[in-house]
Design a protein around this ligand. Structure first.
Ligand code: ADP
Length: 621
């Protein structure tokens, strides 16, 4: 079979996604390649398809042990002879996997880097190995965001298989990380397949944080009954937010490294098996999660870097359907990240530099009143809009139609207005002399005097009440925006964070200069722009029968429960949506639904057809 026929036969897809075919062809020709495709870009098929052709063994190195069993289950559902070897495997399963491997029956083998480095596998695989795929390859790079020391040693193992092709895969890699990956894994004259990093189905929003729980709740309420993840910075934040959501009747669980392993496992399990809508978590959650229909990811605190943000928010909408990504920003989060990073002593100068750069970049992303799709894309070294597309991008009237700026929810002030407002804020901080915290300066600018201010003589200054009309939310947000642009800084003095104007800030007050400021537009004042991502959703394009969709979901849950695999392993949401819209009546027609391969047709076709014909899911399975 050709790769194209195999794609149709095993996975039920008619065409390749961008760069899949190219990566597969290079691997089959025995050459090395680097594949950078955004989450949901279809990386797994790049190495699973060569395994499906039956020409030899494909080894997949992945750090995500928790995911391996589900990945194996999904590959087996497509009819592949797949196995995994990792430390969590039951003894019985392990010996069976070894037996199949030694007998040359395995086509696809997942291993953790630790497992591979032990070295005892090498003889079993040597003869048949055609391809070694290194997934999450950014973990090899110091410059990346999830550096794993074991990954650095992989090249030693790869060298022992000079004949096998190498494929490094990752979703997020700046050009520097791409270079590092190729070098560290000793890829030999690799072809580079770099997909465009933009995720057009995600709507990005970044707002100043005012009332964390209320802002989180508002987003959660927009998605009743849908899967969502809320990330918070500390364990305390996680527990507080989870309690708040639970108190509001939302089906949710907390997840952080301080909880007992059993509770964490249950939260994860319930989420993946759709028994739970929301997980509130620290970033400890998500690496081990394969859930395709997450409809929103909220960052209740600012993430540590743009790379982290791309990775974490990227867990939304892997099925290609529309999803919301909301970031609530406060400059104090950045200070906390810095403090946590330095908790155990000073960092090496090189790491310190990387940390400062990363904090600056994520701060800029969160406050710049510029199209967020553009900012993210450009961060990863790609042009926006993607070449050949006709979007305009910069905070203009049309833009991406999928971020707060282009949807008119955040307004960019004109250059003159921004300079004027910035100077007002800066002069407040300047006159306060760097001896007071943010709250004090805000009160001064808003004209809210108290005894202390009178004592300091600050209520008789010209700056007192200078920004009264702008309101507290805008003034606080401008202060954060000016910190991120280095016109203000927060310095700790005897444990008190004090707000100070920087030399650049003074220069902006004296001479002309450029500064960018935005303000959130209150809902009542917004125009009626509709998100492009939502309009493009597979749901609205196909207009499925909602009631049937719910019954198909129920059947999927019954099947997955019986098989002990997550629902998406049976069918992705996109396949159910198509079934509920097209309502196929025959096995032939059912086989035409995207995502229905031969094996799934055989195993599940009859049951799904009965439900489509009106039978109850509980009666057919
Ligand atoms: P990644 O690992 O890059 O995040 P996956 O391999 O998990 O992406 O694939 C994302 C989704 O795209 C899955 O639902 C998968 O079944 C689907 N998919 C992969 N290749 C194709 C294709 N050629 N056509 C349609 N859907 C595809």
């Amino acid at each position: 079979m050709t790769p194209q026929e195999e794609l149709r036969h095993r996975w039920g897809y008619d065409s390749f996604k961008p760069l899949q075919r190219e990566a597969i062809e290079v691997a089959l020709a025995g050459r090395d390649c680097l594949v950078v495709l955004p989450t949901g870009g279809g990386k797994s098929i790049c190495y699973q398809l060569p395994a499906a052709l039956g020409r030899g063994l494909v080894l997949v190195v992945s750090p995500l042990i928790a995911l391996m069993d589900d990945q194996v289950a999904a590959a087996r559902e497509a009819g592949l002879a797949a196995d995994a070897l990792h430390s969590n495997l039951e003894a019985g399963h392990r010996s069976e996997a070894y037996r199949r491997l030694a007998a040359g029956k395995t086509d696809l083998l997942y291993v953790s880097p630790e497992r591979l480095l032990v070295g005892d596998l090498l003889e079993d695989v040597a003869g048949r190995l055609i391809l070694i795929a290194v997934d999450e390859a950014h973990c090899v790079s110091h410059w990346g965001h999830e550096f794993r020391p074991e990954y650095r040693r992989l090249a030693e193992v790869l060298e022992r298989f000079p004949k096998a092709a190498r494929m490094a895969l990752t979703a997020t890699a700046t050009p520097a990380v791409q270079e590092d990956v190729c070098a560290q894994l000793a890829l030999r004259a690799p072809s580079r397949f770099i997909g465009h990093p933009d995720r057009p189905n995600l709507v990005y929003r970044a707002f100043p944080r005012r009332d964390q729980s209320a802002q989180v709740l508002e987003v959660v309420r927009r998605h009743p009954g849908e899967a969502g993840i809320v990330y918070a910075q500390t364990r305390k934040d996680v527990e507080r937010l989870a309690a708040k959501l639970e108190g509001e009747g939302i089906s949710c669980a907390a997840y952080h490294a301080g909880l007992p392993a059993e509770r964490r496992r249950r939260a994860q399990d319930d989420f993946v098996n759709e028994r739970l809508d929301v997980v509130v978590a620290t970033i400890a959650f998500g690496m081990g999660i394969d859930l395709y229909n997450v409809r929103y990811v909220i960052h209740a605190n600012t993430p540590r870097s743009v790379e982290h943000y791309q990775q974490e928010s990227g867990r939304a909408g892997r099925d290609g359907g529309p999803a919301d990504c909301v970031l609530l920003f406060a400059a104090s989060d950045l200070a906390l990240h810095r403090a946590l990073a330095l908790k155990d002593g000073a960092l090496a100068p090189e790491r310190q530099c990387v940390l400062e750069r990363q904090l600056r970049e994520i701060g800029r992303y969160a406050v710049a009143p510029v199209c967020r799709h553009r900012l993210l894309t450009e961060h990863f070294g790609a042009p926006y809009p993607p070449e050949g597309a006709s979007r305009s991008g910069e905070g203009c009237a049309v833009g991406c139609a999928a971020c707060d700026v282009c949807l008119g929810e955040t307004k960019r002030l004109s250059d003159e207005d921004a300079l004027l407002m910035a100077r007002k804020v800066l002069s407040g901080a300047w006159r306060a002399g760097g001896r007071f915290g943010t709250g004090y300066v805000v009160n001064m600018l808003l004209g809210r005097g108290d005894e202390r201010m009178t004592r300091n003589g600050h209520d008789s200054l010209q700056v007192f009440g200078l920004l009264e009309e702008s309101g507290e939310a805008a003034v606080r947000s401008w202060i954060d925006q000016l910190i991120v642009q280095d016109f203000l800084e927060v310095v700790e003095e005897r444990e008190y964070p004090l707000l100070r104007i920087t030399e650049a800030g003074k220069a902006l007050c004296r001479d002309a200069g450029t500064v960018r400021l935005g303000v959130p537009v209150p809902p009542a004042a917004r125009g009626r722009k509709k998100s492009k991502a939502l309009r493009k959703s597979p749901v609205s394009d196909l207009s499925p029968d909602e009631e049937l969709f719910e019954r198909l979901r129920r059947l999927r849950r019954l099947i997955s429960g019986k098989l002990g695999v997550p629902p998406y392993v049976v069918f992705h949401d996109s396949a159910l949506v198509e079934m509920a819209a097209l309502k196929p009546r025959t096995l032939d027609a059912f086989g035409g639904v995207k995502g229905v391969g031969e094996r799934k047709l055989e195993r599940y076709g009859a049951a799904f057809l009965k439900v489509i014909a009106g039978e109850s899911p509980d009666a057919v399975w």
